[in-house]
Ligand binder design. Structure first.
Ligand code: CO8
Length: 257
């Protein structure tokens, strides 16, 4: 049975990492299942994806420490690559991905949520990178993404000292956009996903590409990227439909992928 559950609700979908006895820790099986689940998402029908963890205690409590404990340097590098490949797939996924962080997001848990476009969390969420206390560095992108998302000095403090931060602090520093009660979290994630899904899929995908790829470019090249993506929207069904709806004062819009 897969350790990742997949549910489609209209034109949004939810991936739930489900290894609750180990607080949804990421072993090779979970990473393989996650990879396969992402491949199975029909991005022509689904317009926004939510990733969450099973239960109310933990989103993902990190990579599986038992599995990692006996790795050789070569195996460690290969395990890091396995996680990085899956997380990069999430980051570059054609449609927006929302992390609904329902508890511990430690190590690989914080790293997977940082690969998502948008992070929201429950009020019991705890974020951190405990790796230095285990004798390793973060290995699924933590040293790179945390210092890009929050202030580099704070990222360094969290990584070097292994101090965790709570939901309120995560919101204060911009690691998450909003904090909800545990019961409100998933409905809020679905509401946000549905709001995204109502907009033109072609435009939303182009916005994701423009923001993500543009962040890695000098501004002169980044705005050229935007010009190209902006231009590519014209004469699409969605552009014609969206502008016609405005000009004819029509509320309902029939966007397609
Ligand atoms: N790996 C394996 N098992 C875990 C993990 C984990 N990361 N986290 C929790 N579990 C298991 C526990 O062993 C326990 O199992 P059992 O019931 O069989 O003893 C079960 O989940 C419940 O956990 P606890 O009893 O510890 O629950 P508590 O509520 O007391 O504590 C904590 C919850 C604070 C989350 C605690 O479990 C904890 O500290 N977990 C480890 C957190 C951690 O250090 N995560 C980072 C791991 S390193 C990492 O993610 C590196 C990523 C990059 C890897 C690159 C590889 C090259």
């Amino acid at each position: 049975m897969s350790t990742v559950l997949y549910e489609v609700k209209g034109n949004i979908a939810i991936l739930t990492i489900s290894r609750e006895k180990a607080l949804n820790a990421l072993n090779s099986e979970v990473l393989n299942d996650l990879d396969a689940a992402l491949d199975a998402v029909d991005v022509n029908a689904v317009r926004a994806l939510i990733i969450t963890g099973a239960g109310k205690k933990s989103f993902v409590a990190g990579a599986d420490i038992g599995e990692m404990s006996t790795l050789t340097p070569e195996e460690g590098e290969a395990f890091g690559k396995k996680g990085n490949d899956v997380f990069r797939k999430i980051e570059t996924f054609p449609i927006p991905v929302i992390a609904a962080v329902n508890g511990f997001a430690l190590g690989g848990g914080n790293e997977i949520c940082m690969s998502c476009d948008i992070r929201i969390c429950s009020d019991n969420a705890i974020f951190g990178q405990p790796e230095a206390g285990l004798g390793i560095t973060p290995g699924f992108g933590g040293t790179q993404r945390l210092a890009r998302i929050i202030a580099p000095g704070l990222a360094k403090e969290i990584i070097y000292s292994t101090k965790n931060i709570d939901a309120a602090k995560a919101k204060e520093v911009g690691l998450v956009n909003e904090v909800y009660t545990q019961d409100e979290l998933l409905p809020a994630a679905e509401k946000l996903a549905n709001k995204i899904a109502k907009n033109a899929p072609i435009a939303v995908r182009a916005c994701k590409k423009a923001i993500n790829e543009g962040l890695d470019l000098p501004m002169d090249e980044a705005i050229v990227l935007e010009e190209k993506l902006f231009g590519s929207c014209f004469k699409t069904h969605d552009q014609i439909e969206g502008m016609d709806a405005f000009l004819t004062k029509r509320k309902e819009k029939n966007f397609i992928n």
